[in-house]
Design a binder for this molecule. Structure first.
Ligand code: SF4
Length: 321
């Protein structure tokens, strides 16, 4: 088995709720509330859940865009949040974040070739003499042409902009890419092209991905293992095939029931969840999912289920699973 590249242990990321003239802290939003996961070299881990489940905060905590409250995040064997100075500068390029909308991270007045080259110069990974060549290589690896390097971001379609975002990350020769809803804003046919690009780059370069999505049908085609988050906690984890074939947690079952099956004669029974995801600053007692769970019993209201092994590399947090 390949080595662990990223190890997250009992990660908690809480955001204070401030109120009043003095801005006193009156509560906390527990965006991530004690999750653990491991990503091995060359592996893709899919993190799924509805909006508000905390999955994007996990990504931001890893790259230190959000300050963690507790827990450890180890990358290439080093405690990421304890690193400073030169060592942090050396490790940073190895860990890249790709957003849903790469347009927001591109300066509209900077030509894309320069936008790809800038981080290379910042990190000292290219000289002024060879930065353009490296930027062009990254563009071409992502299915764009060298002549497009002199164009401005607004001259590209949504799918092409996502390719530019990937090229920008790729130019830094990363080990792990955290992709946060990278295809959610794209048409289905373009989504497939971008997912194929992620897959090809992984095969060519041995990359690892943390692929964050609200859509299980997206992670189905790319991920080796999947974690399902709800209100900051992990509800279920396991290998992709087993999780899709026989989901154990009622929340996973509900999410999967909404995924279309490509065979018209086959139909899944749709499980429609009641209401919206509760307020993370005031989560339900016991099992956080009990207010929407069709199988909830009295015990679920009072007692939070542990995430426990279910065999075959699977884990589930449900009293009845
Ligand atoms: Fe549903 Fe209870 Fe299981 Fe939670 S512990 S998922 S409420 S059955």
């Amino acid at each position: 088995m390949s080595e662990a590249l990223l190890e997250i242990e009992d990660l908690k990321t809480y955001f204070p709720i401030k109120s009043g003239l003095l801005g006193r802290t009156t509560g906390q939003v527990k965006a991530v509330d004690g999750i653990s996961l491991t990503i091995r070299e060359g592996e893709t881990f899919g993190l799924v859940g509805e909006s508000g489940s905390g999955k994007s905060t996990v990504g931001k905590s890893i790259v230190r865009l959000a300050a963690k409250t507790a827990g450890t995040i180890r990358f290439m064997g080093e405690d990421l949040h304890a690193l400073h100075g030169e060592r942090l500068r050396q490790l940073r390029p190895k860990l890249q974040l790709i957003f849903q909308d790469p347009y927001s991270s591109l300066n509209p007045r900077v030509r894309v070739g320069d936008a790809i080259g800038e981080p290379l110069l910042d990190h000292g990974l290219a000289s002024k003499a060879d930065v353009r060549e490296k930027a062009l290589q990254a563009l071409e690896s992502c299915g764009l042409s060298a002549y497009q390097a002199d164009r401005l971001p607004h001259e590209f379609s949504g799918g092409q902009r996502q390719r530019i975002g990937i090229a920008r990350a790729l130019a830094l020769d990363p080990k792990l890419i955290i992709a946060d809803e990278p295809v959610s804003a794209l048409d289905v046919s373009i989504q497939a092209q971008i997912i194929n690009l992620f897959r090809r780059l992984q095969q060519e370069r041995g990359l690892s991905y943390l692929f964050i999505s609200h859509d299980l049908s997206v992670v189905e085609h790319l991920c080796d293992r999947i974690g399902v988050m709800y209100l900051g906690s992990m509800m279920e984890t396991g290998p992709r095939e087993e999780l899709f074939r026989s989901p154990l947690h009622p929340y996973t079952k509900a999410l999967l029931s909404a995924v279309p099956i490509p065979i018209p004669k086959l139909k899944r029974e749709r499980i429609v969840l009641k209401g919206d995801i509760p307020d993370p600053s005031n989560p339900p007692s016991g099992c956080k999912f009990h207010t929407r769970c069709p199988f909830a019993v009295e015990r679920c209201v009072h007692e939070a289920p542990e995430l426990r092994s279910a065999g075959g590399g699977r884990q589930v947090a449900c009293h009845l699973a």
